[in-house]
Ligand binder design. Structure first.
Ligand SMILES: NC(=O)c1ccc[n+]([C@@H]2O[C@H](COP(=O)([O-])OP(=O)(O)OC[C@H]3O[C@@H](n4cnc5c(N)ncnc54)[C@H](O)[C@@H]3O)[C@@H](O)[C@H]2O)c1
Length: 423
């Protein structure tokens, strides 16, 4: 490639391997591929600079390819220091000409330096996954705010932060809550997190799930997916919740619902997916069994109180296996923390399967196209994705899977839009 973009990546020699894996992911992303092919012809992002803070994975690489085909100039940084796939980053730079600032395992300063490097492009549009880039824009890089027309947010935690910013009158441009589309959270959060979280626990520990007591903290979209998969593998699943309706739902789904104070003593494997902090803390570590395994699949590394764990442990044995740290308690119990309490499915496995990210990233690509056309008419705040985009992604995915559905007859359409028929 003649002109390499600016970048900060770990190892350029991984580009070939990364390209192979990006192409492998693309095979399971037919919807995004179709969008890329259309973007290539229509060039909706001609002259538009995009700063994206996302997990640097093979699936994100395919989203970048679609946006690039549409004419965008891209600057990508990582939304989590552990999820960066160094081979994908290398391929993006050296095979596809995308500017990438991401190295697996960078420290906090490196993480924020990469966000700032992406923002240096003076973006017109931003993509965020967790709201860190938008936060930096509104705090230390305010001089760039005027140039930003809008952006998209990928995950639940980011949308919560954005809504809070909007409520405080702090959000300076429209941000579209891509997470809230049905074709994102009903599939990515549920089936993606469900499968990949279990996959990560296997890779990190090779533990047998069958017959174990598996505790899932949080029965939202992600929690439902993790609980269902663990149950399907023969675990006895316990759910902890703070929301009465979600707790009722879990109970009627056949799961045992307990406060964490009770669940802590009986669990063999724990997964937190709440988007909240200190869900596993000192009193829970004190009650856990020898050999208890725990992992977080919520967005930030705040769900497990690692400080308390460090304080309680008399010894820490780091990386006794891939992404498994052992904390030895004063009474000899050994507690096993996976992926340092960060998103386990991205830290200890490869994140969601490409087939599910196909839909999330089709939502992202189509929303960005809509945003680039409509941003002038939108006010600052958190905006919903237009329903037509959500529906069109579902239709394209069904078509790609070879699934046909019924269409309303004219009589049915009339019936559903009228009110005069009684019994
Ligand atoms: N691992 C991944 O790849 C991935 C994918 C999508 C979303 N996420 C993240 O996972 C988290 C959850 O997302 P979601 O879409 O399931 O959100 P959600 O809002 O649907 O569910 C969260 C649930 O946690 C419950 N909760 C809150 N505090 C709790 C506590 N102290 N104890 C027990 N339950 C508690 C809430 O009542 C809610 O039911 C977010 O941080 C989101 O950003 C991760």
């Amino acid at each position: 490639m003649a002109d390499l973009p600016k970048s900060d990546i770990a190892d350029a020699s991984l580009a070939g391997a990364g390209k192979l894996r990006i192409e492998w992911a693309e095979r399971s992303m037919p919807v995004l591929r179709q969008i890329r092919e259309r973007f290539e012809k229509e060039r909706p992002f001609e002259g538009i600079r995009i700063a994206a803070c996302m997990h640097v994975t093979t699936e994100t690489a395919n989203l970048m390819r679609a946006l690039q085909a549409g004419g965008a100039e891209l600057h990508l940084c990582a939304s989590n220091p552990l999820s960066t796939q160094d081979d994908s980053a290398a391929a993006l730079v050296h095979e596809y000409g995308v500017a990438v600032y991401a190295r697996n395992g960078v420290d906090r300063d490196g993480y924020y330096a990469h966000i700032n490097a992406a923002l240096d492009c003076q973006p017109h549009l931003v993509f965020d996954d967790g709201c860190d880039l938008v936060n930096v824009l509104h705090t230390s890089r305010r001089e760039l705010l005027d140039g930003v027309r809008g952006g998209c947010e990928e995950t639940t935690t980011g949308v919560i932060r954005l809504r809070q910013m909007a409520k405080d009158g702090a959000l300076a441009f429209p941000m579209v809550a891509v997470n809230d589309t049905d074709t994102k959270h009903m599939f990515d959060n549920r089936y993606g997190t469900g499968q990949s979280t279990i996959d990560a626990i296997f890779r990190a520990t090779n533990t047998l799930i069958a017959g174990k007591t598996f505790v899932v903290a949080g029965y939202g979209y992600c929690g439902k997916g993790v609980a269902a998969r663990a149950q399907g593998m023969g675990a006895s699943v316990v759910v902890t919740e703070i929301d009465p309706t979600k707790a009722l739902d879990a109970t009627m789904q056949g799961f045992r619902v307990l406060p964490m104070a009770e669940a802590a003593a009986i669990g063999d494997v724990f997964v937190t997916v709440t988007g909240n902090r200190d869900v596993l803390r000192r009193e829970h570590f004190e009650a856990m069994k020898d050999g208890a395994i725990f992992a977080n699949s919520g967005h930030f590394d705040i769900e497990v109180d690692i400080k308390a764990l460090d304080e309680l442990a008399v010894e820490k044995r780091s990386k006794i296996r891939h992404q498994t740290d052992e904390y030895v308690m004063a009474d000899g119990r050994r507690l096993l923390l996976l992926a340092e309490g960060r998103l386990v499915n991205l830290g200890a496995a490869e994140g969601h399967p490409a087939a599910v990210m196909d839909m999330s990233f089709a939502d992202q690509a189509l929303t960005a196209e809509w945003l680039s056309r409509s941003s002038d008419s939108l006010s600052p705040g958190v905006i919903e994705v237009p329903q037509e985009i959500d529906q069109s992604v579902a239709r394209l995915k069904l078509a790609a899977m070879g699934v046909a559905i019924d269409v309303l007859t004219p009589e049915q359409e009339h019936y559903l839009s009228s009110w005069d028929h009684g019994s």
